[in-house]
Ligand binder design. Sequence first.
Ligand SMILES: [Zn+2]
Length: 328
Amino acid sequence: MDLTTPVSGITQIPIPVPLPVHYTNCYVVEAGDSKIIVDAGMDTPDARLAWQSAIQSLDLHHSPIQYIFVTHLHPDHIGLAQWLSERVEAPVAMMDQEAEFSLRYIGHESSPEELAVMRDFYQQHGVPTETVEHWTVLDKIFREAIVLPKEFIRMTDGQQTLWDNQAFVFIEQGGHTPHQGLLYLPDRKVLFTGDQVLGRITPNVSLWPTGDPNPLANYLNSLRKLQSLNDSIGLPAHEAIVPSVHQRLTELIIHHQHRNDKLLGFLEVQGPLSAFALTRLLFTRPLDDYQLRFAIGETLAHLELLRSQNLVLTQPQRELVVYVRTPK
Ligand SMILES: [Zn+2]
């Protein structure tokens, strides 16, 4: 177990996950006489073993822990929250609306109405029927894999607590999930960035059949909100620490602008095209069904942002919806 101290008073615990990122970085933060844990990781046997060893090394059994703050509802963050909460005898905290959203969508099967909405949504965007059917199976696995915490301490955007005269501020962010929560320690110039700001990769920002209708606008607005804070070191939930959050925010905003420009270019030369056809142009590497769902979600997130800016239009074409460049 490779425990590190990226900033004094903060321990990083790499919890293994069976995903390409390999680890979820969880953190133990000194908060006055007590501690806060940030994120719990995915519920796998290896992850439980890693936590058991960290609990021993950091003597978490014998330290008062205020809460386990879960940044967002994805299984590699919330999956072990209930289990960990029982081990360290601390409640689970989450942004109020993220907790609401997780109670609505996780831990139970999709209703027949939800499945019908999902099938219609992807078929009208040109996804083959077999692929959509496979996604409904993956969806069921995702929803049922998580045991949600029994209750949450609910945090709100801008909520602030002082420990040892140091501020702990919760900041809400959209785009990756509807209401992801980041923890900001302005006095220590530290931002726990969850999955919102990662050092090398870009977090998935997808349009889903239900939920935020313009997630990329929301994501970019959320990043601008982070730009208004003083620069800090970013402690992300995956991969290496981010030396300057401001610099990474600029890179992320430029990255999405490039993707927008690419899509506009495809439409100018080859349009009208369905979102599925555009996904195939935008993502040239081979994708399995699981990755394909995130890929079309991202493509749609870009297209809906461009549509809200009047740069593209949708048109019906037989049973499909196709996108075209808005005439100049
Ligand atoms: Zn994650």
